[in-house]
Design a binder for this molecule. Sequence first.
Ligand code: ADP
Length: 367
Amino acid sequence: SHELRTPLNAILGFSQLFGMDPDLPEDTKEQAREIERAGQHLLSLVNDLIDLARIEAGKLELSPEPVPVKAVLADSLVLVAPIARKQGIELTEVVCHCNIDQATVRADYVRLRQVVINLLSNAIKYNRPQGTVRLSCRMNEGKVRISVADTGPGIPADKQSRIFNAFDRLGAEGGTIEGTGIGLVITKRIVEAMGGSIGFESTEGQGSTFWVEFPASETVALPAPEAAAPARVPEAISQPTSRPVVLYVEDNPLNLRLMQRIFATRKDLELRDAPTAELGIELARAEPPALILMDINLPGMDGYEALAQLKADPRTARIPVIAVSANAMKGDEERGLAAGFIAYFTKPLDISSFYDALDKLIVRPAV
Ligand code: ADP
């Protein structure tokens, strides 16, 4: 995977430099930006392919545990909210026929969240201006179904059978929406590896609803079905926060929980997280945080590549990035600082010097 991505780093890095060079004529800069866009596309294709190859080779590592559905849905919404906001799409959550506070499924938390995020990002991408995306959940006959409904163009009936084919974008390759045509294949594989199923209904011109279903891991007494009451996403999710945001890019749920605990004592800061470097970068571009904490060993792109991409993009170049790594070998810290991390922390964290670093690095808006 390294060999596939390394040459792309040079292509992306230099094309970005050319694209920003004030001494170059405008049309040359535009051509450089064209190379960069093509390179970014190739990079996401390579990353998806690596993920898919890993899954096909049976190397999908899952740690199944009882996962509260409500927490996964809330987490996923927080993660995609900035992207929806940027596209002018309204995100709503509807809870129906399901005692969602208690519903749990047996799944891998991070992978289940990846599934919901994939469906939500498709619903945001393939939508109409000012469209809506509705995330809902219900329990029926011992199964929990999570659905994502959009108000997009829908999928024509004659193309529906191709939706889970790798690299088939059903004609979207001719349009402006970026994609690789592998997202849904990966999603399907992950869902099935966790004992679930996936499907969709779609009406051309009206929209699509993609759903995933898993056996409930605990039987919960069903309340009488009530009319579904659409609820707006709470302010905290749909509105930018006033507290400085720290974005933690980390794939391991245990490390994430630990960091959440560390931040629980810091009510002055808001911790957000992303399970992959790719998503972290996207979030940082959509809504630049005050500080980024970056794990080094991540699925797909690693922390070093992510740092290089953040630094190369004018939207994110100034955000301080701290490496938080399990690599505690001699020379790792020097390498990290040389690459441009502002500080290099190894796990387990020395929490008091970590707090000091937070206080030193986070620039608070003047009040
Ligand atoms: P990508 O989005 O990278 O192209 P996916 O595997 O996620 O790949 O989706 C495959 C194709 O299915 C997309 O290119 C698009 O044409 C179609 N598609 C996926 N989700 C939706 C949706 N919510 N509404 C309409 N079309 C969709």
